[in-house]
Design a protein around this ligand. Structure first.
Ligand code: THU
Length: 165
């Protein structure tokens, strides 16, 4: 077996003040959104804010359900809403933030596997990368340019193409 390495590129900002104007505005929106989360089961409130190329900021929050798998993460709520309202707009970036009283959660919030897959589909659909801004409550903000950095070897539409026999 020949071993190869996948290179993951990410940036880190130790202080919120070091973020650019656009990013810090989006992080603020994601933080604000956490207040609208419906998370009575986990008490883990997640907010996502999306910046579209038309200047709109779309917010989403996690929506839980007593039948647990029926709930949805903040990122997917925001992306699906953005794509429903503005199907032709390009998603430039998505900021994610969290809030909970139940435990310490200082690390930047990182999208789950299903949300990574949905971000990947959005990138392919719009043919451009999405900046993912993972905001931590106390410490660092982590940023990647494009979902490939969080989802290497992702499953994409081209894998479904069939050759004629
Ligand atoms: N959650 C999100 O909304 N986004 C993530 O990236 C991770 C997890 C939600 C799902 C569930 O409502 C709660 O956080 C606890 O997992």
């Amino acid at each position: 077996m020949k071993e190869k390495e996948v290179v993951i590129k990410y940036g880190e900002y130790q202080n919120k003040e070091d973020l650019g104007v656009e990013d810090s505005k989006l992080v603020l929106s994601a933080n604000e959104a956490t207040n609208n989360s419906y998370a009575p089961y986990s008490d883990f409130k997640v907010g996502a804010a999306i910046l579209l190329d038309n200047g709109e900021i779309i917010k989403g929050t996690n929506q839980e359900n007593s039948a647990y798998p029926s709930g949805l993460c903040a990122e997917r709520v925001a992306i699906f809403f953005a794509n429903s309202q503005f199907p032709d707009a390009v998603i430039k970036s998505i900021a994610i933030a969290s809030q909970t009283d139940r435990f310490e959660s200082d690390e930047p919030i990182s999208p789950c596997g299903s949300c990574r897959q949905v971000i990947s589909e959005a990138e392919n659909r719009q043919k451009s990368k999405i900046r993912v801004i993972m905001s931590g409550n106390k410490c660092v903000t982590r940023i990647v340019e494009g979902i490939e950095n969080l989802l290497p070897f992702g499953f994409q539409e081209d894998k479904l193409k069939k050759t004629c026999r």
